[in-house]
Design a protein around this ligand. Structure first.
Ligand SMILES: Nc1ncnc2c1ncn2[C@@H]1O[C@H](COP(=O)(O)OP(=O)(O)O)[C@@H](O)[C@H]1O
Ligand SMILES: [Mg+2]
Length: 233
């Protein structure tokens, strides 16, 4: 389980998260919704230790967080476009490889594991193509495979489908849900479409002005989720 408790983050003097509590269980896809500027990305950065927290703590499975436990997937797809799909996925293993072995090319075990990760996202047949030759949706699935190749306990995704068309968005979210359910990962995804959250997430947290204003199961009517997105009056 990923547990954030009492997380307060300030940029300069200004607090942007006010003692936020959020948990994500293993086997669960949690969607975080909120208007622009409500602190969603900051929450994800705090979880990943990419921003200093003024107060609060982050644990993974009840213990201190190790950076290798957390894999990140971004809105803008960060792949090396001219390298092969397989090399991009292998890069997920870099954190646990000695520098020497990665300079000499990835070891066979890593390449095999990366291939299995590609199979997981349905793209094994594209392993030897240049990453840049794939569609946006396929590239994001490669990014998910790279995250898997890191062998994380937690996946953090910041608007992973914002740049994708509706069909690709459905596919990537179904994949993230499956990783939670089948692999037992704790998956936190910031989304901007309540309808997608309602369809795919097991739980939804709503942020407003740096505070949690909703935490529950996505119900069939997504109206309550849309309310979270309305600008603060
Ligand atoms: N590096 C930064 N320095 C100063 N202010 C920031 C920085 N990053 C974000 N903010 C501010 O913090 C607030 C929350 O931002 P963010 O977490 O990116 O929101 P969201 O992802 O929900 O749109 C916003 O008001 C934003 O302008
Ligand atoms: Mg953001």
């Amino acid at each position: 389980m990923l547990a954030l408790s009492g997380i307060t983050v300030r940029y300069g003097e200004r607090p942007v998260l006010h003692g936020v509590d959020v948990t994500v269980s293993r086997g669960e896809l949690l969607a975080v919704l909120g208007a622009n500027g409500s602190g969603k990305s900051t929450l994800l950065r705090a979880a990943a230790d990419l921003v200093p927290v003024a107060a609060g703590q982050v644990t993974v499975d009840g213990g201190p967080r190790d950076r290798l436990d957390l894999a990140l997937v971004f809105q803008r797809i960060h792949l090396v476009r001219r390298r092969s799909v397989l090399d991009n996925v292998c890069a997920g293993a870099l954190g646990r490889l000695p520098l020497r072995s990665s300079l000499l090319g990835f070891p066979r075990e890593v390449r095999e594991e990366a291939m299995a990760c590609l199979e997981r996202v349905g793209l094994a047949d594209r392993a030897h193509d240049r990453a840049g030759s794939l569609s946006g949706g396929q590239q994001q699935r490669v990014a998910v495979a790279r995250a898997l190749c890191q062998r994380p306990r937690v996946v953090l995704a910041d608007e992973p489908v914002s740049a994708l068309d509706p069909a690709a968005s459905e596919q990537v979210l179904a994949l993230l849900a499956e990783l939670a359910h089948v692999e037992g990962l704790a998956v936190l995804a910031v989304l901007h479409q309540p309808a997608l959250a309602a369809r795919h997430a097991d739980r939804v947290v709503g942020l407003r002005d740096g505070r949690v204003v909703l935490d529950g199961r996505p119900d069939q009517s997504v109206d309550s989720l849309y309310q979270v997105l309305e600008p603060v009056s």
